[in-house]
Design a binder for this molecule. Structure first.
Ligand code: SF4
Ligand code: SF4
Length: 247
């Protein structure tokens, strides 16, 4: 499989987060087109051939017959749209789930180099109070998160923890507010409660598209599966779009 981060020529020394991020952005358009084309092929397998020939619907003057056209009930093209909806929500979604599982399983071929960057700077779209509320409502991720992480006193403190990562995270979210956290259980760069650490620590990184600190050894995993992960993300976005349009 192509290494996604190498589809545009990258100088071997230039593996900075900025380069990776820019490369990712540059490639997303091509990947989106690839995903759209692949879905188009999938849904065309249900497309009826010459259905208008025997159609009993009167006064139909639809000229452009594509997948997003509005068709009357009982029109074969409408039946096609309904089949697409069933397929995308059922079998096709299952296929995507399997791809996601394969991507995440691949992570086990890599291991944590214990750089501690993820313990020193974690981000969330939620404030500490919001995370606690979510935890009280039963959200497991939030519950794990607040069991170890506490908020930085200021953005400056967070920036000092990892200036490169901090800067890029800020650029990524642009105008959205994000909150910065650290884990006080980290002592001398080691987890003082390693055996008791929660699942969010054991399973980090949780998302193949998450931006990782440059010192994280899972960047190698991310690079290996980047093309597949981006393609998957594009497919998920596209099928959501189809579902909205074809309901
Ligand atoms: S509990 Fe341990 S592994 Fe988890 S964030 Fe804290 S120091 Fe890191
Ligand atoms: S940032 Fe990556 S390599 Fe470093 S401690 Fe966390 S999971 Fe391990």
């Amino acid at each position: 499989m192509d290494n996604f981060f190498e589809t545009k020529k990258i100088n071997n020394e230039d593996t900075s987060l900025h380069t990776q991020f820019n490369n990712l952005k540059d490639n997303y358009e091509a990947i989106f087109v690839e995903a759209a084309e692949s879905i188009r092929k999938e849904i065309n397998q249900f497309k009826p051939e010459y259905p208008c020939k025997d159609c009993k619907i009167k006064d139909c003057n639809i000229e452009k017959k594509d997948v997003f056209t509005m068709y009357p009930a009982n029109c074969e093209y409408r039946n096609w749209q309904l089949k697409i909806l069933t397929y995308l929500s059922g079998d096709y979604r299952q296929k995507l789930k399997l791809i996601y599982k394969k991507i995440m399983d691949k992570k086990s071929e890599y291991s944590c180099s214990k750089c501690a960057a993820c313990c020193k700077l974690a981000v969330s779209e939620y404030s500490y109070a919001q995370l606690k509320q979510r935890a009280m409502k039963g959200d497991k991720f939030s519950s794990d998160f607040v069991s170890v992480f506490v908020p930085y006193e200021s953005e400056e403190e967070a920036r000092k923890a990892n200036p490169e990562y901090f800067k890029l995270l800020n650029e990524l979210v642009e105008d959205e507010k994000i909150y910065y956290y650290y884990c006080p259980k980290l002592k001398d760069n080691l987890c003082s409660e390693y055996e008791k650490r929660p699942d969010i620590c054991k399973e980090f990184p949780h998302n193949p598209l998450k931006l990782l600190p440059s010192s994280c050894s899972y960047n190698a995993w991310k690079n290996e599966i980047a093309h597949e992960a981006m393609l998957l993300k594009a497919k998920v976005d596209i099928i959501d779009f189809y579902k909205e349009k074809l309901q």
